[in-house]
Design a protein around this ligand. Structure first.
Ligand SMILES: *[C@@H]1O[C@H](CO)[C@@H](O)[C@H](O)[C@H]1NC(C)=O
Ligand SMILES: *[C@@H]1O[C@H](CO)[C@@H](O)[C@H](O)[C@H]1NC(C)=O
Ligand SMILES: *[C@@H]1O[C@H](CO)[C@@H](O)[C@H](O)[C@H]1NC(C)=O
Ligand SMILES: *[C@@H]1O[C@H](CO)[C@@H](O)[C@H](O)[C@H]1NC(C)=O
Ligand SMILES: *[C@@H]1O[C@H](CO)[C@@H](O)[C@H](O)[C@H]1NC(C)=O
Length: 768
């Protein structure tokens, strides 16, 4: 999910036009995994086709309507159906759910150093052999295989267990795969149906795993890119580029196209990835939160988790709106975005001597004449969108030779630069509005340009208003590292509480997602504009899309170091070792306030600690099912998600006082409730004979008791349980929902740096 993608909007509208004209639409039909009718057919495919045969009233061949037949991520199929056919299908035996296809969106050289990873020092990279042997499956827009980041020099051989393929297609053949890029496939049937009427597409898209968009190349290289010395974006941010797991193998599943990512295609890719044998699935895509039984990613990832695959997803770019976090199923690791402490200052100097701080990836420090003083113009009158610098909205006679101020919003950031250039303008200042405030997601602009915060924008506009001859210049200062505080929460990063399940704290954690530099296709310029003829091997992008592959790569390191760990154990290692302070030792900030748990979850990912957490909170698949019972899901909801037919009544009887062994803690006081007890279970994966003691920072308005307070582990994999009582000291019957936060930490008595920390969130629900 990246902010650079305006393409989706227009094609989405076309999609609806198409629906009116054509009554066939893609549906995902979920079947009972042990359907009694299965046995009559000699293959799953025939079984699936038999449903179409019964539902279709015309003479058509049923197979002409079938898009996908699923078996690993879910039992069922995707097909083109009319409304009456859907009605018939819903009444057929063993049909569990019929859902319309859903459209989702795609949500460095430096970030590995920022996270403390070092190729030489004893630590996570050496202990995990740089992720060697782990396979990361990336569901995204495909890959540009010739990027130096996918070079397989020094890579270990393809793992024996790998069953994937290198699918041939337009400008892509099997020789494009190697020991780094061990597999590539593409899935576009759902997408193609949605696009039937959008014929005059101006966008060139490869019908193959090849990436014509850049997003997938960028995310795949962030997770597992090979080392590339002297990488830079047009001379800025020079350094050695490496993915988080530089020796992990990458498998590409192209599911996102210029019109978005359809859930029928995503499910087909997950289905295949489970059979291919990936260890980690990285999904930098999603939509708005929906109940788990309607969420194909939640359903597919449950099955992936049962196969031992860690599923890591982007939290979404809909922050700071509350409850905007997506991909929030408890078996998924949900990643929000943080900023680095790397800046690219490009400062505006007004004629009156004032400086306005801005940032840019335009290499103005390296290109002569970029810093000239120019006349300033801001065209805010009329209704042509000229304040946003929409293409064709800028009158040439007023813009020619000038520096143009453009408000953020409506069209893409880099696209505004192209509009200015086409109208004869020679430089641009992108002005944040009240919506973006001081957000600093920058671009490799096509002309000298910088982006300023909202405060600065107000000052700039009043200066322009105050004089008849406003003038300014931009001073480009290149790359500056370590002078500013970081990490901090990215403004756009989606926030909790979780819409579908507030008893699980989401997002789980944050990782670098602002101004991330990673690999880039050779068919695109660094601004991703069709007019940009510059060519680079790296460019800058921002979004939780960029944060997610950081966590996926680190999950691959943990998997490589501990191949027997479950996805829950890997997630526990990530969550309980996350940092809550920034590099200056002060609390991680969210704008001008210390960040709350709904913004950062457990905190900022810390690979060096995550590789050896000492203790883990493990979760078995059946415990997630009991958990779904505790949050009120019905038997059929649970069956849809997990394919297991359980009686919640019996499960809850058998597991009185059940609480999911989640590595973070979320306690909800319903109106009238005064106390709550939870249980947790720790497994020793560190040293023998180690004693841990608990430290609690109680949330305001709550008394917290833990029993026992000390745990001594004598053996490896020894398990101890503990209980925590939360006693509310707030008066009953408050009208407003309120929150408080704290933490519970187990500290190793031999080494106080070995801590297992769980954030605590307490919610008092309001009376209806
Ligand atoms: C694959 O493509 C490359 C470059 O386009 C070409 O040299 C090679 O012969 C092709 N290989 C196959 C097996 O088609
Ligand atoms: C510019 O000045 C005019 C008149 O003083 C005022 O109405 C307007 O709001 C000002 N615009 C900005 C952007 O400051
Ligand atoms: C990109 O990488 C390729 C292969 O390593 C190299 O030949 C090319 O010069 C690089 N391009 C740029 C702009 O650095
Ligand atoms: C689940 O089990 C119950 C009782 O054993 C049975 O009546 C019901 O049909 C089953 N449901 C599914 C979806 O298998
Ligand atoms: C652990 O403690 C026991 C007795 O308390 C001792 O016999 C054993 O050697 C210790 N093991 C280690 C690895 O320190």
């Amino acid at each position: 999910m990246d902010a650079k993608t305006p393409f989706f909007v227009s094609t989405f509208l076309l999609y609806f036009v198409c629906l009116q004209a054509n009554t066939l639409q893609t549906y995902i039909v979920q079947l009972h995994p042990h359907g009694i009718t299965t046995s009559y057919f000699n293959s799953k495919l025939h079984w699936h086709l038999s449903y179409l045969e019964k539902a279709i009233s015309t003479e058509e061949e049923p197979s002409s309507r079938l898009l996908y037949s699923y078996g690993s991520a879910m039992e069922g199929f995707a097909a083109l159906l009319s409304d009456p056919e859907v009605k018939i299908l819903k009444n057929l035996h063993d049909v569990i759910a019929v859902r319309p296809d859903r459209r989702l969106e795609i949500h460095t050289t430096y970030s590995y150093k920022f996270l403390g990873l070092s190729p030489t020092r004893e630590g996570a990279w050496l202990q995990s052999s740089f992720g060697g042997g782990a396979i990361i499956g990336v569901l995204d827009t495909g890959v540009w295989p010739e990027c130096p980041s996918f070079d397989d020099h020094g890579m270990p051989p393809v793992p024996r267990k790998w069953r994937g393929i290198c699918q041939e297609g337009q400008n892509f053949n099997s020789s494009n795969c190697n020991r780094k890029l061990i597999g590539a496939r593409f899935f576009r049937k759902g997408h193609r149906v949605a696009l039937l009427s959008a014929s005059s597409s101006t966008v060139v898209e490869y019908v193959s795993p090849r990436d014509s968009h850049g997003h997938g190349t960028h995310t795949a290289s962030t997770a597992g890119g090979s080392p590339v010395p002297m990488a830079s974006v047009l001379g800025n941010a020079v350094g050695e580029a490496r993915g988080m797991a530089p020796r992990a193998h990458i498998a590409i599943y192209k599911v996102c196209w210029f019109s978005g990512c359809y859930s029928s295609d995503i499910l087909a890719a997950m289905d295949m990835a489970i059979r291919d044998g990936v260890d980690i699935l990285s999904l930098s895509l999603g939509g708005f939160p929906v109940p788990l039984y309607d969420d194909t990613i939640a359903i597919g990832s449950f099955r992936a988790m049962e196969h031992g695959i860690s599923v890591v997803c982007a939290a979404g770019n809909n922050g700071p709106i509350q409850s905007s976090v997506a991909n929030e199923a408890p078996w998924i690791t949900t990643i929000g975005a943080s900023t680095l402490d790397r800046r690219f200052p490009a400062i505006v100097r007004l004629r009156n001597g004032k400086f306005l701080y801005g940032e840019s990836m335009y290499p103005g420090n390296l290109i002569p004449n970029s810093e000239k003083e120019l006349k300033l113009v801001y065209l805010a009158e009329g209704d042509r969108g000229s304040e946003y610098c929409v293409k064709g909205s800028l009158p040439r006679e007023r813009v020619r030779g000038k520096m143009v101020v453009c408000d953020r919003g409506v069209n893409g950031r880099a696209e505004k630069g192209q509009a200015v250039k086409e109208a004869g303008g020679v430089a641009m200042i992108l002005a944040n509005t009240e919506i973006n405030l001081e957000d600093d997601s920058i671009d490799a602009h096509i002309l000298p340009a910088t982006m300023i915060g909202f405060k600065e924008a107000v000052e700039l506009k009043s200066y322009i208003n105050s004089t008849t001859l406003p003038r300014a210049r931009i001073i480009f200062e290149g790359t500056v590292i370590g002078k500013s505080r970081g990490p901090a929460v990215a403004k756009f990063s989606s926030r909790g509480p979780s819409f579908s399940d507030p008893s699980i704290l989401k997002p789980d954690m944050i990782a670098p997602g602002v101004n991330i530099i990673a690999a880039w296709p050779q068919n695109l310029g660094p601004s991703a504009l069709p007019e940009d003829s510059r060519r680079v091997n790296f460019t800058v992008m921002s979004g939780t899309s960029m944060a997610c592959p950081h966590a996926s790569g680190i999950a691959a390191l943990i998997h490589a170091a501990h191949p027997t760990w479950t996805p829950a154990a890997i997630k526990s290692a990530l969550i309980t070792t996350a940092e809550v302070t920034d590099h200056s030792g002060k609390p991680i900030m969210d704008g001008d306030k210390p960040a709350g748990l709904f913004a950062i979850g457990a905190g900022h990912v810390n690979p060096e600690s995550a590789i050896n957490p000492g203790l883990i909170y493990d979760i078995r698949a059946d415990e997630y099912i009991t958990h779904l019972c505790t949050i009120g899901y019905t038997r059929s909801d649970i069956f849809t998600i997990t394919h297991r037919n359980v009686s919640c009544h019996e499960l809850l009887q058998k597991n009185r006082g059940f609480s999911l062994n989640y590595p973070s803690i979320s306690v909800i006081f319903r109106p009238g409730m005064m106390s709550k007890m939870i249980k947790r279970r720790l497994t020793n994966v560190g040293n023998l004979n180690s004693t841990f003691s608990v430290e609690v920072m109680a949330p305001e308005g709550v008394k917290v008791r833990v029993k026992p307070r000390h745990l001594t582990f004598k053996n490896l994999n020894q398990v101890f349980s503990y209980r925590v009582w939360f006693i509310s000291r707030k008066r009953i019957g408050s009208q407003k929902m309120s929150f408080a936060q704290g933490h519970l930490t187990w500290v190793n008595s031999r080494s106080s740096s070995n801590k297992i920390r769980s954030p605590i969130l307490v919610t008092w629900e309001s009376k209806k």
